[in-house]
Design a protein around this ligand. Structure first.
Ligand code: GDP
Length: 444
């Protein structure tokens, strides 16, 4: 995400670093460079103009000129202003406190990620102990209703029964009554999208807003489309009382234009971000953390939260109990690997660690462990239960059988066992540190 933008800003700041003190001229030159970098990242030109003006004022006004560490001062100002641009300090939580059922409506162009986001949002709400109902109100694209029904089935979340012969406003009103009668506390409306904005669609969306008075009207914007997404958001915002934005496809190589401009142009906060096609890839948006990521400072807080969410309390408790009972075996080793896998791709996790993004780039060809984990899984799954409980019985012929069974080589099996023995040693050390040691590592 935003790799290009991060690299270029880094290059701008690098030039400042060697200097003891900065002159006004140097600051001006820096501001000119920041301006170009932001424009190249497809940030709205008015937003860039205002941003650079604010940063310049602060840089000249504050003691950057006198400071002995001017580069850090400039970076600090840029970080704070980037965060502010994206809505730092504002409340961007979903408004769910109203008397149930609370209605959330998603709108946007076709392909932006509405239907997927509806599914993700339903899952997120259920994890927060709510009881959501999904409502397909896109009757123009027959596949849209089916897509939402499939998502619902996958998630075990009910999808209101509508057909392409129904009128969208009727569907939404009926769904609301259905939710009231059947104890759903949250309704998520998936509305129709088009390739372009048209008045008919807007009329229909307005009708739905009137009929169900949603607490949230969220515009779904594809971050990959940069300024186009911002322009469309502005038109939707003129016609509908939007309450916020969901930025999707932030896992891709979006340049940053949408994320940095949409709040300033529409005045509406980004509430959630889509970070992948999987249904758990929806995150709460934090402007300050996003600014840090853009400046290559990593995002340790999100990393810890992600780790905590993945290693759900019951997973961790089950693991602890098993460790106590059986000790650290290949079976527990495999479980640990699976927990790591659950945390999402290593790639995206590593990028949140300060400096790690850069380190990865400097080590080309460094293989990401995702494939390794698959191999390890295959090997351990080819073992008998007894072998998994006690690796010491794994003699040559057993190793050969396991390699054949898992489609790997004996060297791979040997390497895995070596790794396992090392992990076992580490576990012993950690167990000596007591349960606090393990929990401390997870940041609890
Ligand atoms: P809709 O027409 O607005 O309902 O869009 P869909 O929900 O059908 O999504 C369009 C495509 O974008 C699908 O292939 C989704 O898998 C993909 N998509 C949606 N959100 C994300 C995201 O956050 N990251 C990535 N990589 N793909 C996404």
């Amino acid at each position: 995400m935003f790799d290009n933008l991060s690299d270029k800003l880094d290059a701008v700041f690098k030039k400042l670093r060697g200097h003891g003190r900065l002159t006004e001229k140097q600051i001006k030159e820096t501001m000119r460079e920041i301006r170009l970098v932001l424009l190249e990242a497809d940030v709205n030109f008015r937003v860039v103009r205002d941003f650079v003006a604010t940063v310049s004022d602060r840089a000249v006004g504050q003691d950057v000129l006198k400071s002995l560490t001017p580069a850090q001062q400039v970076i600090k100002i840029v970080r704070e202003e980037l965060a502010r641009l994206m809505g730092d300090g504002e409340d961007n939580s979903l408004k769910l406190a109203a008397k149930p059922p609370v209605s959330l409506m998603l709108c946007g162009l076709q392909g932006a990620g509405k239907t997927t986001s509806c599914g993700k949002l339903a899952l997120k709400l259920r994890r927060d102990k709510r009881n959501p109902l999904l409502v397909p109100a896109d009757v123009y694209r027959p596949a849209a209703i089916e897509q939402l029904k499939t998502l619902g089935r996958q998630l075990g979340i009910e999808v209101f029964d509508s057909t392409i012969n129904d009128k969208p406003v009727d569907i939404c009103s009926r769904a609301r009554r259905y939710a009231e009668l059947n104890g759903f506390d949250t309704i998520i409306f998936d509305t129709a999208g088009r390739l372009h904005i048209d008045t008919e669609l807007m009329g229909e969306l307005k009708g739905i807003v009137q009929a169900v008075a949603p607490q949230e009207i969220l515009f779904v914007a594809d971050a990959m489309t940069g300024q186009d997404a911002v322009t469309v958001a502005a038109s939707f915002n003129e016609q509908l009382p939007l309450t916020g934005v969901i930025l999707t496809k932030m896992d891709g190589d979006a340049r940053g234009g949408a994320a940095l401009s949409i709040r300033a142009v529409t005045g509406k906060p980004v509430k959630l971000v889509g970070m992948g096609e999987k249904l758990d890839a929806l995150e709460v948006f934090h402007a300050d953390r996003m600014a840090q990521r853009i400046l290559g400072m990593g995002d340790v807080l999100s990393l810890i939260e992600k780790a905590q969410a993945a290693v759900e309390a019951d997973d961790a408790a089950a693991m602890e109990a098993r460790l106590r009972k059986d000790g650290f075996t290949l079976e527990t080793f495999l479980e640990q690997m699976q927990m790591v896998k659950k945390m999402g791709s290593m790639d995206s996790l590593l990028k949140m660690i300060p400096g790690a993004g850069k380190m990865m780039k400097q080590a080309p060809g460094m293989q990401l462990p995702e494939k390794e984990i698959q191999k390890i899984e295959a090997i351990i799954r080819s073992m008998t239960a007894r072998e998994r409980m006690d690796h010491r019985i794994l003699n040559g012929s057993r190793r050969l059988r396991i390699a054949k069974g898992s489609g790997t080589r004996v060297q791979d099996v040997n390497q895995l066992l070596k790794r396992f023995v090392e992990a076992q040693k580490m576990m012993k050390k950690m167990q000596k540190m007591g349960p606090k040691g393990l929990k401390g590592m997870l940041g609890r």
